[in-house]
Design a protein around this ligand. Structure first.
Ligand code: 0A1
Ligand code: ZN
Length: 861
């Protein structure tokens, strides 16, 4: 960035949306590919669409020539600046040809065309295509593409792009290929790969009989680790047909894996490009979590073919239209493959830990933001995960069957078009009598609603009245909130815990009462079953939580009740600790954990979730002034006390579930391992590292190995050193596994974590160009709730140093890390000062990227 002007700091506003002056009907692209100098020739067939000049986006392009309808244009006919090429007086129908030179090897931002290893790859969402060629780089310009590529056959034998392959071959040492995509698409879905890759091939026949050639392209030697991804792809293709009636629409579906990638994966039409982390998996090198992540991300990108590609977004404010919907679809897919309750628990855990937290801080924004400086900063859990909750609420409100018809209506009406969240809303409204007008507020209002309630029983009338109240706290730019339409799934339980009534209520008012005629006074009401809305429910008594944790037939709420109960008692202990009193174990918590262990056989995966005490960061969210030290000490003390009090039970579970075959990645096998590893964590807390050391040595797969290592790294000493050394030596040459070696140390609670992270930052294997490696160290460290917040401020400084270094090469990744400092208001004045000082130091840098500037300045505001 150093030699450029300060990037534009003018926000883009939803209210300023204007249709594009020209549509592009067809694009012909010609690539002469070489890492340092690639020549891109583009031929755009233009048609006028609205008044105004022809404005093409373009960044870091060296313009070689431009001609209009075959006539070369002199530089008096156009204006060229840092970001665009504007041409006045273009006829209503025209052909524009440009030729540019770009330098993929110098592209460290990893957006546009860039090198990774010895290959060339693209990433165009959201605004990368403008770094490939001059183009109206906005999602409402949908064109048909024809792509020709030529490259040195020795280095780039494989040339891939979107759609169907028309031809390929090698002549005089030059590889060439031509691809054509019959479906109109926005530029952000363009993709190109030129590399020396090999493929795992398979095929899938769609329900109407189309034979689709499937290919997963990876580096030589990695083919054997693609089987799980291929299986996931075929399962996803079938599932989308079965559940949504959506069938694949091309003869080829390719996935290419790349090591250097800013995000998880990308849904380019017919050519998904994936971070290797979400493709490669075998039991030896990948954990059960990795296997599930591969399955989930493969499904997610595949599902985008309809929700994203065929129906795309009008502008980037509508990002959640495709992302929230596609996350919802991948959640449903995963919940059909494994246990639905466990999947819901994992999703809600994530939502609370990340989205609720953002929604309560200075970076809170609505599911559809009204303005942004840098769109790359808006690939957030609000857009993705809260967006998925919004889609889920439609289904909860109107019912499954109506929702399925609403989806059909949405796709039929918006096929091959660029849509808005209003279009989705309208499709849902069109098939239901329930008035959904108020529901649009979920897209417009930021913040997490808080729900409180009252209950009363009228003995004479035999009626039970439930009063619900909602309130959403102010968020930046939104001081006043209106009441939302909230689906509240409830269950009424009798005194012995049996269900006597279940229903979904629609809460529309700030305060609203619901009355039920019942045969008897209920024992307890279970609210927001299966987390029927993304809200915080307040004011449940401990007695009720303990009752629900033991009896609720809704498994999600049973889990949640135990979590809330545990949070309440741990926060009490934090308060006790702060006044210098010793820790005592709550009997109710002990009983609930004991009951979970007794019941574990029924659903080991569920038991594993239930055994995990509320995360430190979650406990922090419920404190007025966060005390990271007290939270950590108390949670550890509880783990240790439970491990000691229930030692026999934990040992029994650990032994009982030891039989899953190491390479079995079925749900039951993963559940058994999760349960054992949960037990291991208690046993280590109570009895020291012996068990973990034994598991480390005996481990038959990465899930067991990494869980053992995670327990071992908390305690400095020879057990830790020898395990880390053995792990490094074994996996030094596998980048994805080496990432785990970095992360596990950055997450460690050991006394020397800070100095270790500092040392790892300049380890020979640290690679600033590789986002996975940076996330493995710095991302993991900022998620370390105790060590990152070390009261010396050294953690904050380490982070800010990294942000400033990364900002020069990869602003997208740099900016993401700033959010960790955005929570400063939640801490004591000393930490506040230290965090603010680092934010100010970041902002003081001249030439700061727009990405980092936006988040740092909003974090301080
Ligand atoms: N649409 C992709 C996410 C994605 C976004 C940005 C990227 O590069 C900056 C890459 C991928 C998805 O939802 O999977
Ligand atoms: Zn997506």
């Amino acid at each position: 960035m150093a030699d450029e002007q300060i990037p534009s700091r003018n926000p883009v506003n939803l209210a300023d949306y204007r249709a594009p002056a020209y549509q592009v009907e067809h694009v012909a692209l010609d690539f002469e590919l070489a890492p340092e100098a690639t020549i891109v020739k583009a031929r755009l067939q233009l048609r006028r669409n609205a008044p105004g000049p022809l404005k093409l986006d373009g960044r870091k392009l060296e313009l070689l020539s431009v001609s209009l309808n075959g006539e070369p244009l002199g530089d008096n006919r156009y204006t060229l600046d840092e970001d665009s090429l504007t041409i006045q007086d273009v006829p209503d129908q025209a052909v524009l040809e440009t030729s540019v030179r770009i330098n993929p090897a110098a592209n460290s931002e990893l957006s546009g065309l860039y090198t990774s290893g010895s290959g060339l790859f693209t990433q165009c969402e959201p605004e990368g295509f403008r770094k490939v060629t001059f183009f109206p780089d906005r999602p409402d310009v949908m064109a048909r593409y024809r792509v020709r590529m030529r490259a040195d056959a020795a280095k780039f034998p494989i040339l891939l792009s979107n759609g169907n392959k028309l031809s390929s071959g090698v002549e005089n040492g030059i590889a060439h290929a031509e691809w054509e995509d019959p479906h109109p698409k926005p530029s952000y879905l363009f993709a190109l790969v030129a590399a020396d890759l090999v493929s795992l091939k398979d095929e899938f026949t769609t329900r109407s009989g189309r034979k689709v050639d499937l290919g997963i392209w990876v580096e030589r030697g990695d083919e054997a680790r693609c089987a799980h991804a291929m299986g996931a792809l075929k399962r996803s293709m079938k599932w989308d047909e079965d559940i949504f009636g959506l069938e694949y629409d091309l003869d080829i579906f390719n996935i290419a894996a790349v090591s250097d990638f800013n995000a998880g994966a990308m849904e380019n039409k017919g050519l998904n490009i994936f971070n290797t982390a979400y493709v490669l998996a075998d039991a030896n090198s990948a954990t059960d979590m990795d296997f599930q992540n591969v399955e989930r991300v493969i499904a997610h990108e595949y599902f985008h073919n309809w929700t994203g590609d065929r129906v795309t977004c009008r502008d980037w404010f509508q990002l959640s239209l495709k992302e929230g919907l596609t996350v919802f679809r991948d959640q449903e897919y995963m919940s059909d493959q494994f246990s639905a309750a466990v999947k819901r628990i994992a999703d809600v855990r994530l939502l609370r830990a990340t989205q609720f937290r953002d929604d309560a801080g200075p970076l809170a924004h609505p599911v559809r933001p009204a303005s942004y400086l840098e769109i790359n900063n808006f690939y957030t859990t609000t857009i993705y995960e809260k967006g998925a909750e919004v889609v889920r609420m439609y289904r909860t409100i109107i019912g499954r069957e109506a929702f399925r018809r609403g989806m059909e209506a949405y796709i039929a009406k918006n096929d091959n078009a660029a849509a808005t969240v209003e279009d989705f809303w309208a499709a849902m409204q069109s098939i239901t009598d329930i008035d959904l007008k108020q529901f649009m507020l979920w897209y417009e209002q930021a913040g997490t609603p808080e729900i409180t309630f009252d209950e009363s029983w009228d003995d004479a009338a035999q009626t039970f009245t439930l009063t619900l109240r909602q309130r959403t706290a102010p968020t930046p730019g939104q001081p006043e909130k209106q009441p939302l339409l909230i689906p509240v799934a409830i269950g009424l339980l009798n005194q012995t815990g049996e269900e006597i009534h279940a229903e979904t209520l629609l809460l529309r008012e700030t305060e609203q009462s619901f009355t039920f005629k019942l045969p008897q006074k209920p024992g307890a009401v279970s609210l927001f079953r299966h987390f029927s809305a993304p809200v915080k429910l307040k004011g449940q008594s401990r007695a009720r939580l303990a009752f629900l944790a033991a009896h609720d037939s809704d498994l999600f709420n049973r889990w949640d009740a135990l979590q809330q109960y545990a949070s309440a008692v741990l926060l009490d202990s934090v308060a006790t600790h702060q006044i210098g009193q010793p820790f005592t174990l709550d009997e109710g918590l002990k009983d609930a954990i004991a009951a979970t262990l007794r019941d574990a056989t029924r659903d080991p995966a569920f038991a594993a979730e239930a055994l995990i005490l509320p995360m430190e960061s979650l406990l922090a969210d419920d404190m007025t002034v966060v005390d990271p030290d007290a939270i950590h000490l108390v949670r550890e003390a509880a783990r240790k006390a439970l491990g000691q009090a229930l030692s026999a039970e934990f040992h029994a579970v650990y032994e009982q579930f030891a039989n899953a075959a190491p390479d079995d990645v079925s749900g039951p096998a993963m559940g058994a391992r999760a349960l054992r590893n949960a037990a291991l964590s208690y046993l280590t807390a109570a009895e020291g590292p012996a068990f973990a050391a034994a598991q480390f040595t005996a481990a038959g797969n990465m899930t067991e190995k990494l869980a053992a290592l995670t327990n071992l790294v908390d305690e400095p000493g020879p057990a830790r050193e020898s395990a880390l050394h053995a792990f490094y030596t074994e996996w030094e040459h596998n980048r994805l596994v080496l990432d785990k070696w970095f992360s596990v140390q950055a997450r460690s609670n050991a006394s020397d974590t800070l100095t270790r992270v500092q040392a790892l930052a300049s380890h020979a294997a640290m690679d600033l160009r590789n986002p996975n490696r940076v996330r493995a160290l710095i991302g993991a460290f900022t998620a370390n709730p105790w060590k990152f917040h070390d009261k010396s401020g050294a953690g904050y400084k380490l982070l800010a140093d990294f942000v400033l270094r990364l900002d020069e090469t990869n602003p997208q990744i740099a900016a993401r890390f700033v959010t960790a400092l955005g929570l400063w208001r939640r801490f004591d004045t000393k930490r506040q000062g230290l965090m603010k000082a680092e934010l100010e130091r970041i902002l003081a840098r001249e030439q700061l990227s727009r990405n980092t500037y936006e988040l740092a300045s909003k974090a301080l505001a």
